[in-house]
Design a binder for this molecule. Structure first.
Ligand code: FAD
Length: 440
């Protein structure tokens, strides 16, 4: 893909993954201080992207962000090296081309990423090259916030208490600043998106907005005013540093900080309990007899259940790749409880659509909604979607925005009766618990 000029020079490599920015990037700053010129690298991992459509909005977002990184590198007479392939194969090619002294990257806690990075470490070791990996996407990671006995927290409130106790603002937010010079001098053309095998998406990622903070605690649950930060996609791809965001919070922003702590809570849950990817966190729900009715699931996906808040949410998701948090809770609860559909089906659907799709948060929140997760809503707490509508979209502004035919005969009648569905779900969950044999 590139015209190489510095093959004999000893270099370090920094591998961008979910930290697509130059500013306050821990691993990148460490790479620069290694003393060797740094080759900045990005790999479109075919093991991940082969499952996505060529015009996936997340790929376009990544592409645009890489372009920004590349332009900043050009100012240092350097270039971003972009590859597409299976990461280990790409690394073998890099090892054959360059005199690599050390490799730098930031920690990623998903099971696939942990395995990939372990394999890279072994490959590099066999070449006598060191791998340096840093905490960057969270304030606290892995075993940093654990109980007195060293075991992980599985309930949010004590986790948050410990997180706040340990959080020393100036020390933890000092960050890595801007990288400065130290990049490998090389001039590469930035590839066109089509040359990478993708097509541009029409779906845009909105910029994040912290001006909402002053009214966040009051308005965050109301989807009509859309008064949340839209930070999630930026945090997901690391286009902004979590340290820089938290440094901007002041007294009075505790509710917002608490949401950011939920993000870290679910990340450490996934790290310590990787089985949650496929299993209920609470094994006693293993035996739930899901109906998994294909027709119901399709109507849910399309936003045609006849429950306005559910339908508005699904239509927002389908049209924009985003859904307000309150509505995510209602749509997810409705699928699991009212339609008695396995949370894994809903989770997978969200994963294909959400711009901010994040395994840990998506899985943690779906299991929360299903009642199967750690610190989940108890199974018998079943949202009434009509009551949720009255409470959180009282002027129907959100519903009318997403359902133009609302209030006309074209809008479907409810596909299921609330009381009937509620009783059915309660029975199913109760039976699963009664029939559960630990270890069985
Ligand atoms: P804000 O309200 O402005 O919150 C600020 C930040 O706090 C968010 O950007 C996010 O990083 C974090 N946050 C807020 N709520 C949560 C939460 N419940 N759990 C974890 N972190 C939170 N969030 C994702 O980032 N990726 C997902 O794939 C995802 N899937 C979800 C699935 C379901 C079923 C539910 C109920 C929630 C899910 N969430 C997910 C959490 C939450 O809905 C989004 O983070 C939030 O709506 C993003 O909008 P925002 O940035 O404007 O949020």
């Amino acid at each position: 893909m590139s015209k190489e000029t510095h093959i004999q020079e000893k270099i370090s490599v920094f591998w961008f993954r979910r930290d697509l920015r130059m500013e306050d990037n821990t691993g990148l700053a460490r790479a620069i201080s290694s003393g060797f010129p740094v080759l900045p690298l990005f790999i479109f991992d075919t093991q991940i992207i082969d499952e996505l459509p060529a015009d996936d909005a997340r790929i376009s977002f990544i592409y645009k962000q890489l372009q920004k990184v590349h332009e900043q590198l050009v100012a240092w007479d350097s270039s971003l090296h972009i590859f597409k392939g299976e990461p280990l194969t790409v690394w073998k090619e890099l090892l054959s081309r360059y005199q690599i002294q050390a490799v730098y990257l930031n920690n990623d806690y998903e099971p696939y990423a942990l395995k990939r990075d372990r394999e890279l470490g072994e490959l590099l070791k066999s070449h006598g090259i060191s791998l340096h990996s840093f905490k960057d996407q969270v304030i606290f990671e892995k075993g940093e916030i654990v109980k007195e006995d060293g075991t992980p927290y599985t309930v949010f409130t004590p986790y948050k208490r410990k997180w706040l106790e340990k959080f020393q603002r100036p020390a933890l937010l000092s960050g890595a600043g801007d990288p400065g010079d130290g990049f490998l001098k090389v001039s590469l053309a930035f590839p066109r998106i089509e040359a990478l095998g993708f097509t541009p998406s029409n779906t845009e990622v909105l910029p994040y907005d912290l001006s909402i903070l002053k009214d966040y605690a009051r308005l965050r649950d109301f989807p009509g005013p859309d008064a949340t930060s839209h930070l999630s996609t930026h945090l997901r791809f690391g286009t902004v540093s979590i340290r820089q965001i938290i440094a901007r919070l002041g007294p009075g922003d505790e509710v917002f900080l608490s949401e950011l702590i939920w993000r870290e809570f679910f990340m450490q849950i996934l790290f310590h309990f990787p089985q949650v990817v496929t299993e209920n966190f609470k094994p006693r729900y293993k035996g739930i007899e899901w109906l998994n009715h294909a027709g119901d699931f399709e109507l849910w996906c399309e936003g045609k259940t006849g429950y306005p808040l559910v339908d508005a949410g699904m239509r927002q998701l389908n049209a924009t790749g985003y859904m307000h948090n309150r509505v995510r809770m209602v749509t997810a609860g409705f699928l699991c409880k009212h339609l008695l559909t396995d949370w894994r089906m809903g989770e997978a659907y969200f994963a294909t659509k959400l711009l901010d799709y994040e395994l840990s948060s998506n899985n943690g929140n779906w299991q929360w909604a299903a009642g199967t997760g750690c610190d989940a809503a108890p199974y018998f707490r079943i949202f009434n979607p009509m009551e949720q509508l009255k409470k959180f979209d009282p002027d129907l502004s959100y519903v009318k925005r997403w359902i133009p035919e609302y209030g006309t005969p074209k809008y479907p009648v409810p596909i299921v009766d609330h009381k009937h569905a509620r009783d059915r779900a309660l029975l199913s969950y109760k039976k699963a618990i009664q029939d559960y044999l630990p270890g069985g």
